[in-house]
Every structure is written in structure tokens, then in C-alpha cells.
Design a protein around this ligand. Structure first.
Ligand code: IPE
Ligand code: IPE
Ligand code: MG
Length: 244
């Protein structure tokens, strides 16, 4: 018997509570236009703003956006610098809109390894939006699901070896609570843009029963209508959670 209570099976007409998006295809969007990759990333930030607004209007409680993976450090230093610059600008200039619109900002991933000024900006933005009613926009920054899972295992092992935790009590519920993102509800709908069909180390635990939707649109072309269409596709899915 699973320790985690799963929802009853059935049609998903209620709409997804937690939507997670792998925002892929910025580079290809730029390449098609003979533009530098940064132009695609810049346009990608515009899409983030549109989609965050639409998520609120569509009644989504949690929107998690994969912005920078722990593997993206493998990109050329110039591109990493450009991405960090865009993030800095996004936090500086768009947080006021988040505050105005009642959006709560949260982060998953090891963002504390980023530049100190960026860390301070992010902490400030999270504090200033903490009391907002929501929705919660979660940005995955320097995020890798395998590292997140290994961290939780290490923390539990430390408690067990210190004698403060009985290993026999470790089950899915405790493990999930120990994950850095443990407060997030399970992912109901996981969308990846750009036609790629892989998870790229994103929310592996949380997406255990997510409905997966792979769309061909490149991320800079994704917008509120595309999100609404994704919710339409989700509504057609029959979720079973192992039952009938
Ligand atoms: C997604 O677009 C943005 C990040 C990974 C930061 P890409 O930069 O991966 O775009 P493609 O896949 O090269 O087209
Ligand atoms: C996944 O996209 C990470 C983000 C969207 C931030 P990538 O473009 O890095 O994924 P791979 O390398 O094609 O799997
Ligand atoms: Mg990509």
C-alpha cells in the first residue's frame, strides 16, 4: 500500500493544480531567424510573463518553470552569463508586477550557488511576495532532480546515524517531505515545448503521476492560448493512479 494518498482516478475536468513546464527551444527560435541565441532567451522571458499571467487567469495554483538546469553549466560561458543577466533583469523589473498581481515567487534548485547579488535579489523577491495569495510561480534554477533526491537521502541518513531517526520510519511521505521542494503538490501536468520528448532531470519524484504533454511550439512562441489548449488536452486525459 502506498504511504502517499493518491487522488481518486477519473477524468481531469477539475483542471491541474500544479503545472510544470520545460521551457525548451529558445536557441532554435533564434537560429530560425538568424539571430544570436540570446535573442531567443530574451523572447523566452516575454513568454514567461504571458504564461504566468495566463496561469493565474486559468486557476492554476502552482506553475513551475524550468529556467536553468544543473546541467546547463555545460553551455559556453557567454551563454551562461547572458542567461544570468536576463534572470537578474527579470527579478529586478518584473517583481513589482508579481507583487501587484498577488503572485508568490518560490525557487527550487541550488540557487544559492549563483552570484551573491542575484541570491540577495531572489531572497528579497521571495520575502516580498511571501504573503501574496497566489498563484505560486516556482522557478527551477540550477535545478537537478537527481541531486534533489540524493540530498534528501543524505539528510535522512545523517539523522539516522545521529540516532534521531529510525530508518524503519522512512516511507514515501517522509521522503517527500524531506525533498527541498517537499512543500509543492505533485505535478498534475508536465509540458515540454520544442518537440523534444524527455525529462532532462526535471521533477522526477514529483512527476510520478503527471500527465505528460509534448508540444511542437518553441518556447518563445508559447503563450496564454497555448497554455489554455494544454489544459484542454489535460481535461481529455483519464487519470487512474494505478486504479481502474
Ligand atoms: C531553453 O532553450 C532555455 C534553457 C535551457 C535555458 P534552449 O536554450 O535549450 O533552446 P534550444 O534547445 O537550444 O533550442
Ligand atoms: C532543459 O532544457 C532545461 C531547461 C529548459 C532549463 P535543455 O535544452 O537543457 O535540455 P536537453 O539538454 O536538450 O536535454
Ligand atoms: Mg534545449
Amino acid at each position: 500500500m502506498s504511504a502517499i494518498p493518491l487522488p481518486a482516478s477519473g477524468a481531469s475536468a477539475a483542471g491541474p493544480r500544479h503545472v510544470a513546464i520545460i521551457m525548451d527551444g529558445n536557441g532554435r527560435w533564434a537560429k530560425r531567424r538568424h539571430l544570436p541565441r540570446i535573442a531567443g532567451h530574451r523572447k523566452g522571458v516575454e513568454a514567461v510573463k504571458k504564461v504566468a499571467r495566463a496561469a493565474r487567469d486559468l486557476g492554476i495554483d502552482y506553475l513551475t518553470l524550468y529556467a536553468f538546469s544543473s546541467e546547463n553549466w555545460r553551455r559556453p560561458p557567454d551563454e551562461v552569463r547572458d542567461l544570468m543577466g536576463l534572470l537578474r533583469r527579470f527579478i529586478q523589473s518584473d517583481i513589482e508586477e508579481f507583487i501587484r498581481e498577488g503572485v508568490r515567487l518560490a525557487i527550487v534548485g541550488d540557487y544559492r550557488a549563483l552570484a551573491p547579488d542575484l541570491v540577495a535579489m531572489i531572497d528579497d523577491a521571495m520575502a516580498r511576495t511571501a504573503a501574496n495569495p497566489g498563484p505560486t510561480v516556482v522557478i527551477a534554477l540550477n535545478y537537478g532532480a537527481q541531486a534533489e533526491i540524493a540530498d534528501a537521502a543524505r539528510r535522512l541518513a545523517e539523522q539516522a546515524s545521529a540516532g534521531t531517526l529510525d530508518p524503519a520510519t522512512i516511507d514515501e511521505t517522509l521522503f517527500e517531505r524531506t525533498l527541498a521542494s517537499g512543500k509543492l503538490p505533485p505535478v498534475d501536468l508536465l509540458i515540454r515545448t520544442s518537440g523534444e520528448q524527455r525529462l532532462s532531470n526535471f521533477l522526477l519524484w514529483q512527476a510520478a503521476y503527471a500527465e505528460l504533454l509534448f508540444v511542437d511550439a518553441l518556447w518563445p512562441d508559447f503563450d496564454g492560448d497555448a497554455l489554455a489548449a494544454a489544459l484542454g488536452a489535460f481535461a481529455q486525459r483519464q487519470r487512474r493512479f494505478g486504479g481502474l
